[in-house]
Design a protein around this ligand. Structure first.
Ligand SMILES: Cc1cc2nc3c(=O)[nH]c(=O)nc-3n(C[C@H](O)[C@H](O)[C@H](O)COP(=O)(O)OP(=O)(O)OC[C@H]3O[C@@H](n4cnc5c(N)ncnc54)[C@H](O)[C@@H]3O)c2cc1C
Length: 412
């Protein structure tokens, strides 16, 4: 064991924030804590679509990982982990640093599979911000137009589309936006209630968006004129090419390669196997939470709702492990750790670029103003814990008027 005990946090994602925010308890007790994450900011995924929709300014939706680490007495290594060696208990970074650990927690999220160079990715979520300049340039200039293709008609792609179309419609510029959603399966929002799918599709079409289902994008190229070339093919074999100004690649998640390359047990997409204690089954000092971990018996969707719910359990189990190692030098038994209990049905709130949000859980759904208020309250309450300098205290009172934009002009 190194001296002092070293807790290394790789990836400051949604599931890691409770651990990082409470790391002062560990550093005060003499534990060395290091966060490895190339990004300074974590963008809260629940608020990103409304940021693109002009509801939130950038400072509303992001958490300063560097500040959290500093305030906790932890070190922030602003670099990407490229290798994990569970036997040597070592993390290697892109810059070539080697960081030994006694306890390791991993929350690196997922990456977009086969992300073309000419497209904007959605994972990690900070990438989505690259759409902002396109939107701003067009909205600031009454004569400009925007062609935007969103590849992937799941919840993330559709919520972004609803917010962007809502923003253009709200500015009286619907005709200046040519937005196309391309979805491989036969309908957008696969897996969601039929009525909800029809509702979202109607809103999008009313605002001039095109929805192409049963269509696969084969390739995206950049071109000299600054436009992209999107080659696609329908299930019935017809080929088509469009030339949007920007392409958002919102096609689900696979694991970053370093997880599979670590030799730890992974699932078919490369995500780390963990038990319901968020611990790897073979290495009692290695934990993983959020999208990068898979609990085989639960088979949860890779969504932030689960990552956020796992956060406090991860912190509790790291705490137990650190205390035990600092005490008798042994890792705790599984029975001493907190068991993660997911929501029986994961609720989802999708903003729509209107004064209503869609609330859905299992087969149920509705679209109301109360659900937009609820969404804003839930989102603001969550981020307030980690960005109090921006949000102050968010109480029940903030529900009143919470359906309104905090950034109606869409400024940065
Ligand atoms: C547009 C959009 C909207 C969404 N909205 C919702 C929603 O409303 N509700 C919901 O439940 N889910 C939503 N999701 C899904 C949600 O974003 C993810 O499930 C969630 O972010 C996963 O959190 P995480 O803790 O696993 O990791 P993330 O929050 O993805 O964080 C991963 C962190 O790891 C860092 N990292 C990555 N690789 C490395 C490395 N090699 N070394 C060190 N650090 C690394 C990254 O910089 C990042 O800080 C949305 C997704 C998108 C794209």
């Amino acid at each position: 064991m190194s001296d002092p005990l070293h807790l290394v946090l790789v990836g400051g994602g949604h599931a890691m924030l409770p651990s990082l925010a409470h790391a002062r308890e560990w550093t005060d007790a003499g534990v060395k804590v290091t966060l490895v994450d190339p990004q300074r900011w974590l963008y809260y995924s629940g608020m990103v679509p409304e940021h693109l929709g002009g509801v939130y300014a950038v400072d509303d939706i992001r958490v300063d990982l560097r500040r959290l680490a500093r305030e906790a007495g932890a070190t922030h290594v602003a670099d990407r982990a490229t290798a994990l060696d569970p036997e040597a208990r070592m993390v290697t970074t892109a810059e070539g640093d080697t960081i030994p650990y006694d306890v390791l927690a991993i929350d690196v999220g997922g990456v977009n599979p086969a992300l073309p160079d000419a497209a904007v990715g959605t994972k990690p979520i900070y990438r989505v911000r690259a759409l902002r300049p396109h939107l701003k340039q067009v909205l600031d200039a009454p004569t400009e137009t925007l062609g935007l293709t969103i590849v992937g008609g799941g919840a993330a792609g559709v919520e972004v589309a609803l917010n962007i179309t809502g923003r253009f419609a709200g500015a009286g510029r619907a005709a200046d936006l040519s937005l196309t959603i391309v979805e491989q399966s036969g309908k957008i929002l696969p897996g969601f209630p039929e009525g909800m799918r029809a509702y979202a599709a109607r809103l999008l079409r009313e605002r001039g968006a095109t929805i192409r289902t049963a269509t696969t994008v084969d390739e995206v190229h950049g071109s000299d004129e600054g436009r992209a070339q999107v080659d696609m093919r329908t299930d019935s074999g017809e080929h088509d090419t469009i030339h949007p100004d920007a392409v958002l690649w919102s096609t689900g998640a696979v694991a970053p390669p370093l997880l599979r390359e670590s030799g730890l047990s992974t699932d078919g997409r490369g995500f780390l196997h963990v038990t319901r204690r968020l611990r790897t089954p073979t290495h009692p000092r290695i934990f993983a939470a959020g999208d990068c971990g898979t609990i085989p018996e639960l088979d949860l969707d890779k969504v932030g709702v689960h990552a956020v719910k796992q956060g406090p359990d991860l912190r509790a189990n790291l705490d137990t492990t650190v205390r035990r190692l600092a005490g008798d030098g042994s890792a705790p038994a599984a029975s001493d750790l907190t068991v993660f209990r997911p929501y029986p049905v994961a609720p989802l709130l999708l903003s729509t670029g209107t004064r209503r949000a869609i609330w859905t859980a299992g087969p149920l759904w509705t679209a109301r103003t109360w659900s937009l208020r609820l969404k804003h309250w839930v989102d603001r309450r969550w981020i307030q814990r980690y960005a109090p300098e921006r949000w102050g205290r968010v109480g029940w009172r903030s529900l009143v008027g919470a359906e309104a934009a905090s950034n109606p002009d869409g400024t940065e």
